[in-house]
Design a binder for this molecule. Sequence first.
Ligand SMILES: Cc1cc2nc3c(=O)[nH]c(=O)nc-3n(C[C@H](O)[C@H](O)[C@H](O)COP(=O)(O)O)c2cc1C
Length: 189
Amino acid sequence: MTEDRSFLFLLGSARAGGNTEMLARRAAKELPRRVKQRWIRTSELPLAPFVDRKHDGEDFVPPAGNERALFDATMAATDLVIASPVYWYSVSASVKLYFDHWAAWLDQPELRFKEQMRGKTLWGVSALAEQPEQAEPLIGTLRKTAGYLGMHWGGQLLGNGSRPGDVLLDEDALKAAETFFAGADLVRA
Ligand SMILES: Cc1cc2nc3c(=O)[nH]c(=O)nc-3n(C[C@H](O)[C@H](O)[C@H](O)COP(=O)(O)O)c2cc1C
């Protein structure tokens, strides 16, 4: 039996149509048509501030509203693409908040979050204005998060730019985008 892959692109920029999104869309163009794509802007499904309830003796509140929508979209995907600009060397605040909510999902056994995350693939796509080295903490965050959840690490696509559209002048990034997802074995046995 084979199962086609389903990609969730999480757009974490604090603006629409920026360099990260352009680069992610360029890479996604190469995905075969049978591979499902879902695109979500974190700004369109804002999450409540994260509250750490792990040790307060209260019951966890199961995800509802935007949090539920993000949970369901995450569960439905085989591949999660974190398309976050580099903000202060790391992921944007809205992406970090999404990851913080994972901590609560992990603590609710009935959600079976960890079991369902295992075996999915995590990818990163990011634009940044300065040198690529500035993305090292971001890449480390994504790689370690993938490892913690037993996910595969797909890799990181980086592009340079400040103003929206700058990344379209980064020829190396555009070339890398063409084959970024090509390494994935896009049908699972
Ligand atoms: C809050 C903030 C923090 C940033 N931090 C960095 C940084 O640490 N390193 C860097 O190279 N660029 C940094 N930048 C520049 C952005 O990465 C760059 O403008 C990028 O193109 C934004 O992506 P977007 O067009 O997808 O929104 C920062 C921009 C903002 C708004």
